[in-house]
Design a protein around this ligand. Sequence first.
Ligand SMILES: Cc1cc2nc3c(=O)[nH]c(=O)nc-3n(C[C@H](O)[C@H](O)[C@H](O)COP(=O)(O)OP(=O)(O)OC[C@H]3O[C@@H](n4cnc5c(N)ncnc54)[C@H](O)[C@@H]3O)c2cc1C
Length: 448
Amino acid sequence: MVGAGFAGVACVRRLERRLAPHEADITLVTPFAYQLYLPLLPQVASGVLTPQSIAVSLRRSKKYRTRIIPGGAVGVDLKAKVCVIRTITDRIVDEPYDYIVLAPGSVTRTFDIPGLTDHAFGMKTLAEAAYIRDHVITQLDLADASEDPAERAARLQFVVVGGGYAGTETAACLQRLTHAAVKRYPRLDPSLIKWHLIDIAPRLMPELGEKLGRAAQEDLRRRGIEISLGVSIAKAGPEEVTFTNGRVVPTHTLIWTAGVVASPLMQTLGAETVKGRLAVTAEMCLPGYDGVFALGDSAAVPDLAKGDGAVCPPTAQHAHRQGKRVAENLIATLRNQPMRPYEHKDLGLVVDLGGADAVAKPLGVELHGVPAQAVARGYHLAALRTNVAKTRVATNWMLNAIAGDDFVRTGFQARRPAKLKDFEYTDAYMTQEQVRQRVEGAAAGPAT
Ligand SMILES: Cc1cc2nc3c(=O)[nH]c(=O)nc-3n(C[C@H](O)[C@H](O)[C@H](O)COP(=O)(O)OP(=O)(O)OC[C@H]3O[C@@H](n4cnc5c(N)ncnc54)[C@H](O)[C@@H]3O)c2cc1C
């Protein structure tokens, strides 16, 4: 199994439960010792939740027996059935397999915009969320200390690009952070704090429908977030960002959440891809190769519920359910039984904008405000995998509601590179040629 996200962990858990230890050895390749509950990442950035509360342990499970290799797959020889892994100590090792399940998820999608990967932050990993929190509080500290009005103004402007649920929640949660924090900075003029949320699309979160999308937009505008639609970034620098409409915003904070693209591992396999995602059948098998499954954000799984050649959107909802189905299909293969296609009708969406602001569309029912917030929180508590994680998150929510935040800048990550180019490891992979040479070399044995 490659990847311990929603898809990988759901698959491994089901295999552990349904296969006896003598039937299969399960190996999981993952750089981290946890499954990250990504939908609550913006709440870590805003300090409502601690980072540990959404890092769900891989080793806390009743039937846990999987061998975990700490590292990342950097190439796969699909013919020789060998996965090449770079461990967290930078050792390259070969792992032969009978069946491989590829679920390495996605990375932030960037475009060829000057300065973007050098100056923008992403919101895709725990380290990025923790870093952004420290960075935003740092801007308040520096603005408070500065005697230069231009520097103050620049440090107190924040730009988030991406009006999907990830970007909208990020802007909303972080605006609440600065809005509450500024009360502890009596020297700062609160009206100088400006959050910008921009997207090239004409609407925020189109998947919510017109009415709810507008309600979310009104909530954000009421809280002073400036929303610019039909606009993107033309250029990013260390102290300013230029929008495509020519507007220049002085800022030290650009957060880029404009979509995702499948893990670059999928492009290295030499198999067909659809917009970067590995093209698989509805059973999530890779055509033409024996024993290869792919799913989640990294695979283009046909969306049978929608039909018309649609593929499943990259959501946790699909990834988790696909994980269970791949496990069942793998077991069916082992037992010479027929596989079943994946089919799931979207259950809707929940969007937590912080405080009592939320929008949700469970099973097509449109909710706004407190009822939506209750549904959103109930959904997350139900979806978190372990009871310990559920308790940690619920306790964090309660503590935050009662005691608020102390807005402490930890400084743990100060002076460390943290921009998109530093976090996305997109050049860590081997080409098919390199993988083949390595595997063939190993098969030939050491030269004498
Ligand atoms: C901020 C944010 C908010 C979101 N909110 C929602 C939401 O509210 N609802 C929803 O349904 N979806 C949401 N999503 C999307 C959802 O999180 C993803 O669709 C889901 O995580 C995909 O699951 P996955 O298993 O394919 O990938 P992931 O969950 O991303 O897991 C992939 C795993 O593979 C690991 N990995 C990467 N490369 C390698 C490699 N080479 N070798 C080994 N391991 C590797 C990664 O470290 C990671 O642990 C959100 C995403 C973000 C970023």
